[in-house]
Design a protein around this ligand. Structure first.
Ligand SMILES: C[S@@+](CC[C@H](N)C(=O)[O-])C[C@H]1O[C@@H](n2cnc3c(N)ncnc32)[C@H](O)[C@@H]1O
Length: 434
């Protein structure tokens, strides 16, 4: 398609095949992303369609050593991103999209006249923001068929001279020059779900000039104990009296169905029992693929109030700082075990306008399509003010499908201890949550 000698992409501007039934499957609203992902990205490669399977062969032929091999699960994952609904949901998330645009404009001096790679460009929106900020050239890479649309959007905005759409995996496409900037919106639920950060690392190690800019530059995953009686009652206590009938026999099944897997839902600051704990800090300049395979943290909370403890909520933020602030510890792998409580002082500092721009998904901040992820207990624990809640959590990529995340949670309070195993996978209980 493009005549620049700087790349080879295997991009063919064919029309996507959208059957009515597939289009009908697209659901709108805040849960579209997870629901869509369940419908195809969990299907183990049963994605069909000539365009995708031809592309699969091509990608396998082109496969290079730099990144993970492209599995059928990956192909299903990319296929899920071909639906318009998932992109509509992300773009309509104004907190997300406007923070990215503001970050790009804040870093305009590092982008203008420079070469950018957009890892997972989707519809091309971030690539276009970078072009608007004066980028000399933007490589907009996406393995999903949404790249076909991105190319049309780029053409319609007369940006084909600046933005080169590469339809393929970041791990497979060729860009024969170093880049000054990497931009990517890679964050999944609980930050690490979807395992897309690995592709940003691959792009960094393949193309980024020393001292180059990565947006976002860092990310932090938090957890905190929560109380949420309304939610618990709605799903569980409901069965105690149904139209005057004692349906308590349903309780074990109701608990299992509602709380076996993580729930993506919105909580508020009042649900949170104490300051959060940092599960993992990611410096995008130094993080390694190996570090992402498994993350373990030990936590210790002291409840600030007397309340039933229903589980733990997880959320994240990402920062958009320049190379001077980020990556000061180049090539030193960050710790696999972090144990940093975040006090009120630290959280207030984040609101300081002189500090790096932050995209937050915290319960006290404006809601985003990521909401929060909650691991509910099957039975609440009554905690007193100042009572300790301690344990550990391990998040690891599933061996079966690295896009899934295994969660091993250990928790103890008031002399009782528990273990909960769960798997974060597409769809799960988001659709059941209130
Ligand atoms: C969360 S969406 C972001 C889309 C767009 N950047 C935006 O902000 O609206 C992530 C996109 O990255 C693509 N993607 C994920 N991993 C990729 C990889 N390894 N190579 C190419 N594209 C990838 C997906 O197909 C998807 O379109």
């Amino acid at each position: 398609m493009n005549s620049s000698p700087a790349y080879s992409n295997g991009y063919h501007p064919q029309q996507q095949q959208h059957g009515m039934s597939q289009r009908d499957k697209v659901r709108r609203g805040t849960r579209a992303r997870s629901r869509e992902l369940r419908e195809s990205f969990g299907s183990g490669g049963n994605f069909g369609g000539l365009r995708v399977s031809e592309h699969n062969k091509q990608q396998q032929q082109q496969q290079q050593q730099q990144g993970a091999p492209c599995t059928d699960f990956d192909m299903a994952y990319f296929h899920s991103y071909a639906h318009v609904g998932i992109h509509e949901e992300m773009i309509k998330d104004r907190v997300r999209t406007e923070t990215y645009r503001t970050a790009i404009m804040q870093h305009q001096s590092s982008i203008a006249g420079k070469v950018v790679v957009d890892v997972g460009c989707g519809t091309g929106i971030l690539s276009i923001f970078c072009a608007q900020a004066g980028a000399k050239r933007v490589y907009a890479v996406d393995a999903s068929d949404i790249a076909v649309q991105a190319n049309e959007v780029v053409k319609a905005n007369n940006l084909s001279e600046t933005i080169i759409v590469l339809h393929g995996r970041v791990e497979d496409v060729d860009i024969d020059e170093e880049v000054d900037v990497i931009i990517s919106e890679w964050m999944g639920y609980m930050l690490l779900y979807e395992s897309m950060l690995g592709s940003v690392i691959t792009a960094r190690d393949r193309w980024l000039k020393p001292g180059g800019l990565i947006l976002p530059s860092s990310a932090t995953l938090y957890m905190a104990p929560i109380t949420h009686s309304d939610r618990y009652s709605e799903s569980i206590d409901f069965w105690r009296n149904v139209y005057g009938i004692d349906m308590s026999a349903m309780l074990p099944l109701a608990k299992q169905c509602a709380f076996e897997e993580p729930c993506v839902e919105t909580i508020v600051g009042e649900n949170v029992l104490t300051w959060p704990h940092v599960v993992k800090q990611v410096d995008c300049h130094t993080i390694t693929l190996h570090e992402l395979e498994s993350v373990t943290t030990n936590y210790k909370f002291k409840s600030m109030m007397r309340a039933p403890l229903h589980g733990f909520a997880f959320w994240f933020d990402v920062e958009f700082s320049g190379p001077a602030l980020a990556g000061t510890n180049n090539h030193a792998p960050s710790s696999l075990i972090s144990n940093h409580p975040v006090d009120g002082q630290q959280r207030k500092k984040r609101a300081n306008p002189n500090e790096a721009l932050v995209l937050s998904t915290a319960p006290e901040d404006p809601p985003t399509h990521w909401q929060q992820t909650v691991l509910y207990f099957y039975d609440p624990i009554e905690v007193e003010q100042d009572q300790l809640i301690e344990g550990s959590v391990t998040l690891s990529q599933s061996k079966e499908n690295r896009r899934f995340m295994n969660i091993h949670l250990e928790y103890a309070s008031g002399g009782r201890s528990f273990v909960k195993e769960s798997v974060m996978r597409p769809g799960f209980s988001a659709e059941l949550s209130g």
